[in-house]
Every structure is written in C-alpha cells, then in structure tokens.
Design a protein around this ligand. Structure first.
Ligand code: ADP
Ligand code: ADP
Length: 225
C-alpha cells in the first residue's frame, strides 16, 4: 500500500457568519520511501493538510489512508494509536521538553510505546550521533543551538521508526546556513530510513532536493515540475 493517500479531502472552517473551504477535494498519494515537498503560500492550507494527513484533525469529507488503512471513520482512540505507531511530526518550533536531555527527549516516545529505557536510550544515541550530536547527548535544549535543537526534534520524530514523516516548516526559524545544514541532515536520514515524507517549506532550493514537489491551488493539491 501507499504510505499516505488522501482522496477527495474537504475541510472547511467557520469564520464569523460564513465559512471558508480550505481544502476542496484534495488528492495526494505518497509511496514508501518517497519524499515530497509542499510549497505553497501562507494561508493556502498547508498546516491543515498536514494535520489531516497526521490524523490530528478530521476532514469534512474524503478519506485518509495511512499505509492502506482508511481512517476517516475511526474513533479518536484508533486514530491516536495509528498516529503513534506510524507517523512522526516535526514542527517549526521544536517543542522539546526543557527539563530533559537530548537523549531523554528522543527516548521518551519510544518508552511510551513500551520499549525499555535501555533499548530506547541506545536507539536515541544512535540517531543523535548520526545527526552529528554525539557530543551533545546529555545537554538540555537550552544548552543547544537552534540548529542542534531542531536536529534533536528530527531524531525524536524518527525514534519510533514511523512509516510517514510530516514536517511543517522544519527549518523555518533557522538562519539560511543552519537551515541548509539541518535540511541536509533531515533528507539524508529520510533516505537512510526509507520513511515517506511530506515536508512543507518556503525554501525552493531545499524543495528541489526532494523526490517531488506539490503545491495547493484553490484547495487542491497540484504537482509541480
Ligand atoms: P498555511 O499553513 O498554508 O498557512 P493554514 O492551513 O494554517 O494555512 O490555514 C488555511 C486557512 O484556513 C487560513 O485562511 C486560515 O485562517 C484558516 N484556518 C486555519 N485553521 C482555522 C481554524 N481553526 N478556524 C478557522 N479558520 C482556520
Ligand atoms: P501524546 O503521545 O503526547 O499524548 P498524541 O498521541 O496526542 O501525543 O500525539 C502524537 C503526536 O502528535 C505528538 O508528536 C504530538 O506532539 C502531536 N500532536 C498532538 N496533538 C497535536 C495538535 N493539536 N497539533 C499539532 N500536533 C499535535
């Protein structure tokens, strides 16, 4: 099955007296191991699309298949289970827990899934070392640079070996050079793990390094060259 398939996804929000239809029958298919950049202006519905693909938000119509499983009619419990099992998220701001070290931030989602601390720490250290943070394992987020914090967030998102990685402007708050570095590490890890990825970015240079580029036009997903 495809890692992610959206078919005919509709999402409207009420605003004042009226409503706006942000997604108007959006279709998108991403196979395993494929990386897709979502490049579209602010307000076009990128976050909405990512939230729906990540089962954080319900669509008003259409279907969302994760690894072939239709999710639109599932209850919250099942959706949360699939999200935890199959999907990793990276945000513009890292949302790391300030009291925990880099390793602990990455171990935590694995321990929630039932791994022992020992197993979880071992995988966390591997991932962080791969991302060039081998000398920062016991540092807390406040002791790390912005780029390092975001690399910890990348390790955390991939800690549970998700089938699908969703990222909303993952390097949006970093300076161009750091952004380039972090994006490089991210795309390398996406390749190495074979995870399917949908990454919203404003940066066309970064988008050009991914397998496909799509945009949103009038609530539909449109393939770019
Ligand atoms: P993007 O991520 O591309 O900037 P969003 O998905 O955040 O776009 O938003 C798309 C449109 O939907 C915007 O006009 C935004 O104001 C509107 N919108 C998003 N979330 C809500 C909400 N919870 N309630 C009302 N309108 C919303
Ligand atoms: P937790 O395991 O902390 O209870 P969930 O299972 O609800 O979290 O969510 C799994 C992932 O989705 C986590 O990475 C969490 O940060 C993220 N998440 C949950 N709710 C939202 C939301 N409303 N917007 C963005 N991300 C969310």
């Amino acid at each position: 099955p495809l890692a992610l398939a959206l078919t005919g996804v509709v999402r409207r929000y009420s605003q004042g007296q009226g409503a706006i239809e942000v997604l108007r029958g959006a279709d998108l298919a991403i196979s395993h191991g494929q990386s897709v950049a979502l490049v579209a202006p602010s307000g076009s519905g990128k976050s909405t699309l990512l939230h729906i693909a990540g089962l954080l938000e319900q669509s008003d119509a259409g279907e969302v298949f994760i690894d072939g499983i239709p999710t639109a009619r599932l209850g919250d419990g099942e959706r949360t289970r699939i999200r935890r099992l199959s999907i990793g998220f990276i945000y513009q701001f890292h949302h790391l827990l300030p009291e925990l070290s880099a390793v602990e931030n990455v171990s935590m989602p694995q321990m929630i899934r039932g791994l022992s601390r020992k197993e979880a720490d071992a995988r966390a250290k591997d991932l962080l070392t791969y991302l060039g943070l081998g000398a920062r394992l016991t540092h807390r987020p406040s002791e790390l640079s912005g780029g390092e914090q975001q690399r910890v967030a990348i390790a955390r998102a991939l800690a549970n070996a998700p089938r699908l990685l969703l990222a909303d402007e993952p390097t949006g708050n970093l300076d161009p050079k750091t952004s380039d570095h972090v994006f490089g590490a991210l795309t390398e890890l996406v390749r190495a793990t074979g995870v399917a990825a949908l990454i919203a970015t404003h940066n066309l240079e970064l988008a050009s390094r991914m397998d496909r580029r799509v945009t949103l036009r009038e609530g539909k997903v449109v393939e770019l060259a």
